[in-house]
Design a protein around this ligand. Sequence first.
Ligand code: PSU
Ligand code: MN
Length: 295
Amino acid sequence: MIRFSDEVLEAQSAGRPIVALESTIISHGLPRPRNFEVAVEVEAIVRETGATPATIALIDGAIHVGLESSQLDRIANDDNIVKASTRDLAIIQATKQSAATTVAATAHIAHLAGISVFATGGLGGVHRGHTYDESADLQALATLPIAIVCAGVKSILDVAGTLERLETFAVPVLGYKTNKFPGFYLTDSGFEIEHRVDSVAEIAAIWKNRPALKTNHCAIVVTNPVKNQMDLALHNQILNDGLAAAEKNHITGKAVTPFLLEYFHTASKGESLRVNIDIIKSNSQLAAEIAIALK
Ligand code: PSU
Ligand code: MN
């Protein structure tokens, strides 16, 4: 059912560390033409760190774990690429569409493929002001044993609400070299993290303790704050304007997150894009280090 790239197949048979990478950030999170370049650069960072990148997507109905350059190009540049969450997978397969996978869908496929470390930019979560708009990412984190590296949850979300949901689902949240829950474009969201880790060895030790405790039904969230954050006043101004614009334009459902990210990239004249790229690169490197430590 899964089509593995030659590179991922080789890594699997040799027992080498693999890092899953999501594709919605490429298709719906970053503007063209930087999106394709960043996807290539992120894979290179994973390789340089000593692991194998496995970007996940669906192409003409087939699930791919590890993409060739032409397939990555299609995810980045084809207007017909849809954003697929877990519930869409069987539908995309049956209708032979092509889709980028969200954190939720990527984690699901990574787990099917036996990959346990995953890097993204910012997690989905509870949306501000909308009681029933919660990213399916939360449900995936609640049910899949995967270590996910992120810069917290996207700052367009209700961070407090998202942290409460993660607590309910018993998902551990670790701060990598920080006690502050990162705020995606911002180093600090204003919320504390109880558990700080200062090395990948500590993360590996926590990961390895879970099966015997039977607390490995869910993800471990490793948060990695951006070093050079967006200007706080600019961030808050654009966030307010963007949320109002989304409301005014009746943006709903899966279009909300891509709309707000695009709003940020345009209104900040590329400053949020710079930060988003920093985040995904640094998270991919840390994910590769964790994948190596878990071997
Ligand atoms: N991180 C980023 N950019 C993104 C995303 C994450 O830096 O575009 C994507 C992920 O694929 C995540 C999705 O799963 O946004 C969340 O969308 P929603 O809120 O509709 O669940
Ligand atoms: Mn939603």
